[in-house]
Ligand binder design. Structure first.
Ligand SMILES: [Zn+2]
Length: 389
């Protein structure tokens, strides 16, 4: 592991320790962070997320704009978008990180984007045959996964998956969002800045994907849309033999595996015979944790209730109030986008969220191409995206 990568790992874990300082919580919750590393040296921890729960369908409706997935990876990625909005509200900060290339801003070459996660992301990256599961990994057997996903055929990489559900969740209430492996695979084509910010920023791709995991298995294939679907680069990036946009590519992040982090008071010990049992027990405990943390550099922290996707600790009567939505919900990020649009275009954006997103035709085409590469694409969130501010 490069020098800066071990520092990055340390910074991520230290930030988490700071967040949970006064709380009696599981030390080993799933963490994900996004950092920029300048000239392979200086690390800026942009965002950090924790958690492994997704909101049940019964909590998702058009009126409450709750956060649908509270998995660490999703929180870190949306936190990164919030960080970008913070940067774009200050011209000096824009110049620090971006340069203008034709019409859009491009992240300067001296910055590498590092995505750190403390276990293989849910979905395909966690699937291994039973016989091969041992040691320090969050790998789970096919059979266990199958129980959760019931109607989905066993381990077919050509299918996209929704987030795994707790076995107690009735199938009708299961969250339809994509699992983190599939999200990462899609981000490797469209970038992590999102459709809205892509109006002003060229795609930002993950350069290093760092996973706490033993090196026994390669996870490379699962994050690559071509390997997963068997389709060609042209199927993904072209329409009628014409490139959708020169700025998009199929990114192959460098995959770096690192050992599980050991806290001074961690129940783990490298020589502990009970290690596997303890890790398995811990993984089960993770799924019991009903909150997530968000940290965004220059913005601060937020605690999110991962059962209902709203801020932690609000009372029933406040549930419908928009100021109690986490800052990384579509609602708040759209608000940020409208502010940015107003300042860059000197006029008001009138349309609803979905229309604003779909006005980025190139991004939309790219997503449609990815959709065509797979046998199914169950995600339809149209009803949750037609809100106006
Ligand atoms: Zn996940």
């Amino acid at each position: 592991m490069n020098n800066y990568l071990s520092v990055l790992k340390q910074i991520t874990h230290e930030k988490y320790q700071q967040l949970i300082q006064k709380e009696n919580v599981n030390q080993n919750a799933v963490l994900a962070s996004i950092s920029l590393v300048q000239n392979e040296q200086d690390i800026i921890l942009c965002s950090l997320g924790t958690g492994s729960k997704a909101v049940g369908l019964n909590h998702m409706n058009e009126q409450n704009h709750c956060l649908h997935s509270c998995h660490a990876e999703v929180i870190a990625k949306r936190g990164f978008q919030l960080w970008l909005y913070e940067i774009f509200s200050n011209p000096d900060e824009i110049d620090r990180y971006f340069e203008k290339q034709e019409k859009k801003y491009q992240l300067k070459k001296e910055y590498k984007v590092c995505f750190y996660v403390t276990q293989p992301p849910c979905g395909q990256a966690q699937l291994f045959p039973e016989s091969q599961i041992y040691g320090l990994s969050a790998a789970r057997p096919f059979s266990e996964f199958q129980k959760e996903t019931e109607n989905i055929p066993n381990c077919d990489p050509k299918r996209l998956r929704s987030t795994p559900a707790n076995s107690k969740t009735p199938i009708q209430q299961k969250n339809p969002s994509f699992c983190c492996t599939d999200k990462l695979m899609i981000w490797n084509v469209v970038g992590i800045q999102g459709a809205l910010l892509n109006k002003y920023i060229n795609p930002i791709y993950i350069d290093n994907l760092i996973i706490e995991f033993r090196e026994k298995f390669s996870l490379k294939q699962v994050f690559d849309v071509r390997k997963r679907s068997g389709k060609s680069k042209n199927d993904v990036l072209k329409i009628n033999n014409k490139s959708i946009s020169k700025s998009f590519r199929i990114q192959k992040p460098k995959l770096i595996y690192t050992k599980k982090n050991l806290f001074p008071y961690s129940p783990y010990h490298p020589k502990n015979d009970e290690l596997n049992k303890r890790i398995n027990r811990d993984i089960n405990q993770q799924s019991l944790q009903s909150f997530s943390y968000l940290y965004v550099n220059s913005f601060g922290t937020e605690k999110i209730n991962s059962i209902n996707g709203l801020k932690w600790g609000i009372t029933k009567k406040d549930i419908q109030k928009l100021q109690f939505l986490p800052k990384i919900t579509k609602y708040h990020l759209f608000q940020k986008f409208k502010e940015l649009y107003g300042s860059l275009e000197s006029k008001h954006l009138q349309c609803n969220y979905r229309d604003a997103k779909n006005s980025n035709i190139k991004y939309l085409c790219l997503k449609m191409n990815i959709k065509k590469c797979f046998q199914e694409w169950s995600l339809d969130k149209t009803q949750f995206e037609q809100f106006q501010l």
